[in-house]
Design a protein around this ligand. Structure first.
Ligand SMILES: [Zn+2]
Length: 427
């Protein structure tokens, strides 16, 4: 299992024949899964809890063992640094997150951090010098499961949120983020966002079914799709289900049903990548013999191309207005969140694609359907991601699963992409 994936031939280029130790990487995944491990084989490691502290402590020891120094900033983001031959250069960085959902798996986020550790271990074991320092980042609160929103600390790092607003977030028990951070001993003195970076690479499971279905080992991630959220309130008229003729109703739920169908049709009409979902409905008064007078529901529209999302929205608005008129209901349709598509750095994407090819790993381009720390890092530094398959596309689930060989392959691509950036970037 050791030195997985080089196939004895491929992988030439920056870094020669250095490859990661796939067995050690797999062992790290199993070892850290103890911190918050669940009976069903998943992990419950909410950010800034005792389990999070334990895995952070483990991270420091593991990184020190491969010759790194570890620091953390004012949001608790951890940085493991391997010096470069020109240590004045900004570091080439890798990273992801070690926090999980309440019923999370062993791979989401975790393989990005431990895959980065495998890269540092490979460089350390072979004594391979890099010009730039190489750093591995463990981002605080990527999941947003305890403190919303998700990607909070990479967001502060990239200037999307202020540190002040982030520190003031509270969990459902009313505990402030800052107090929880101080409580586990990881509130650092370096101001978040003051840390230089030359590039950022993130290895992650796909969290979708495409790579597995196509027997691909590596997803060359070109960006993150654009997403918009809407909230719709339809107001009709509560009336008796027995004595109100069909022609004299203002049925808000019937209008909702037609609008759900319209969301589905609009997404299908804008395919192949467009998706549209109604995931939450509140029907009032929700009584079996009352024609529903008010319904609240949400819409989630996504596509890699912002122009397509824009067209989907316009088409849906027209359809929804016609349906509201037809059903005799008032409609309030509000866009509550707009996250434009993210396009990763072409040179970094190309390095991942070439590297996967040089190892002989089956690969395809893919757009991330989910948000990641890399989406925020892309705003401030050349960034890209590497996906590996997960069984059945299942994620945010204790049964989340990935193959050891695939994770090692992803880490090998990460290693070479980092070395490529080291050779390519001037600063
Ligand atoms: Zn993740």
């Amino acid at each position: 299992m050791s030195n997985t994936g080089a196939n004895g031939t491929g992988g030439q280029g920056a870094g020669g024949n250095v490859t990661v130790d796939g067995a050690a990487l797999w062992n790290d995944i199993l070892e850290t899964a103890r911190f918050g491990g669940t009976p069903k084989g998943g992990i419950r490691r909410l950010t800034l809890t005792e389990e999070d502290r334990l895995v952070r402590d483990w991270f420091i020891a593991a990184c020190q063992a491969v010759g790194c120094t570890v620091t953390y900033d004012s949001m608790g983001n951890q940085f493991a640094r391997r010096p470069g031959t020109d240590d004045s250069l900004p570091p080439i960085t890798m990273g992801s997150h070690l926090d999980t959902q309440p019923t999370g798996g062993k791979f989401d986020g975790i393989i990005g951090v431990l895959g980065g550790l495998a890269v540092l271990r490979a460089l350390h074991a072979t004594g391979h010098d890099t010009r730039h320092p190489i750093e591995l980042i463990n981002w605080t609160n990527e999941e947003g499961a305890r403190f919303a929103p998700a990607m909070l600390s990479s967001g502060v790092f990239a200037g999307v949120f202020t540190e002040h607003e982030a520190l003031d977030k509270t969990d459902r028990a009313g505990i402030r983020f800052e107090d929880a951070l101080v409580g586990i001993g990881y509130r650092g003195t370096e101001p978040c966002g003051q840390h230089p970076v030359a590039a950022y690479f993130e290895l992650h499971i796909e969290q979708g079914p495409i790579l597995e279905a196509e027997n691909k080992t590596i997803g060359v991630v070109t960006g993150v799709q654009g997403m918009r959220w809407y909230e719709v309130t339809l107001t009709g008229r509560d009336s008796h289900a027995g004595s109100t003729p069909m022609t004299m109703r203002a049925d808000a739920l019937l209008a909702t049903a037609r609008m759900i169908e319209a969301v589905n049709e609009v997404a299908l009409a804008h395919g192949p990548d467009a998706v549209g979902t109604v995931g939450l409905i509140e029907n009032r008064p929700n009584s079996r013999n009352v024609v529903p007078g008010e319904v609240f529901f949400t819409i989630d529209l996504r596509d890699p191309d912002d122009a397509v999302v824009e067209r989907m929205e316009a088409t849906f608005r027209d359809r929804a207005e016609a349906i509201a008129t037809e059903c005799g209901v008032q409609m309030i349709l509000e866009r509550v969140w707009d996250s434009p598509a993210v396009h990763f750095d072409p040179a970094c994407i190309d390095a991942v694609r070439r590297t996967a090819g040089s190892f002989g790993y089956p690969a395809r381009d893919i757009v991330s359907g989910a948000g990641h720390d890399a989406a925020y890092m892309a705003r401030i530094t050349p960034t890209t991601m590497i996906f590996v398959p997960c069984a059945g596309g299942l994620s945010h689930n204790e049964a989340e699963s990935a193959e050891s060989a695939d994770v090692a392959a992803g880490a090998n691509v990460l290693l070479r992409a980092v070395l490529d950036a080291d050779a390519r970037l001037d600063a």
